[in-house]
Design a protein around this ligand. Sequence first.
Ligand code: KIV
Ligand code: ZN
Length: 517
Amino acid sequence: MNDKDRIYIFDTTLRDGEQSPGASLDAKSKLEIARQLAELGVDVIEAGFPITSPGDAAAIRKIAEEVKGPTICALARTVQKDMDVALETLRGAKKSRLHVFIATSEIHRKYKLNKAKDEILKIAAWAVKYARNRIGEVEFSPEDASRTEPAFLYQVIQAVIEAGAGVVNIPDTVGYAVPFEFGNLIKGIFENVPNAGKAVISVHCHNDLGLAVANSLAAVRFGARQVECTLNGIGERAGNAALEEIVMALDTRKDVFKKVTRIRRDQICKTSRLVSSLTGMVVQPNKAVVGRNAFTHESGIHQDGLLKLRKTYEIMHPADVGFGETQLVLGKHSGRHALENRLKKLGYHLNEKELDLVFQDFKVLADKKKEVFDEDLVALIEKEIVATPKTYRLLSLSVLTQTGKEPRVSIRLKSKSRVLEAGGTGSGPVDAAYKTVDQMIRRKAKLLDYQIRSVTVGKDAQGEVTVKIEGLAGEVITGRGVSTDVIEASVHAYLDAINKLLQKRRTFKKERIAYGV
Ligand code: KIV
Ligand code: ZN
């Protein structure tokens, strides 16, 4: 196969994916994910949208300096300040790309930008030229392309390619397109834009109607050569096309698509888990390719078929995507070195101090739980390393429940050097614990969602609680907690969300000062 048969995978987990409500990532988590994306073999990492915050800019700078292999890309509006900030963050990268965008559809022109077609055309070409004079690779996106009048879209594409865009990305920004129509749009571009062959045509599909992957594949069928996607399909609103589904569809149905990617498929599940654990976005069990049930056969007829010949009911082999058996890795006699090795295999590179913390927790857990699985280790890392600075830390919790009586809890928290202590009741033990915490920290967060699942199998499995809370400014924050005691896990999750909310407010204040607003 030659290069024309190759589909470039542009991963936007760290940019569009991070725009998922409640999924914000700190710089350290972004770097961890970027390193794993490089292992996975993506062609481009869109690391962020630097003008949105100095924190995001710093994370992109670090990724550009440290992550080798993929092209590192940053997003900017067609505004000089945006582009200058983004160009600066990319300076340390070996291979870099600036991605600029402006909306082109009538509804966006009229109601959002208040600009006429010829103004948009001029700005788009000017921005691409400006960027192209400062960086080797420029990608341009006409936002809301799928709702743009085709004739105008063709004009914009022709102009930005003339101005130097090497990649033109066609976003279905609001997930409105349907596959045959989106495929035809790509076909129309090749038929009507005279210089279309000089650029890579890319697609970026949102999943509002559940069609992001289908639309992306239809576009590939008609000549798109780059697909923008995210792990687990996370992203704005209903998310983006899921990387694992795009890659496995192209691979499983190469008889139809006749295209290849450079993705190392055996890294898919590991990357999916890392993204899920660092963003706090739980993967639904029936999610294609990476969901817990993706390779589980329940029906007796299916199981019988599988035993006779796997291919009767399995179109992909779980091992191909790194969907191993839950691995029993370590026990209470395992040492620090074994733990460090295993963590590296899971994609975590800890410094000495971090490893000490996780090792301490690991020993405590191994005493309670005979078998420590990979998922347990990921949960420990999250608790000790990824967690935000802890304004409030749980020191102890006791719970008294009795049939027919309201449960009673008593809680001790540490806040800086102070120890806070209180007790309370509620309609259930979790309700009692959350009411008591609210009273102790003298603020009330609105609980939007509470979910509990077991990290691994078995009666001694750790429980993992994920909560979503809403702050006063309407911000949605996700918190996670794990413990072999589910009420304790619930309190950890709630405090994690509150600590993140407080951290976010502190960062917001600093950013307002840095940007002079
Ligand atoms: O959905 C969209 O249109 C985008 C662009 C910035 C590419 O995310
Ligand atoms: Zn998008």
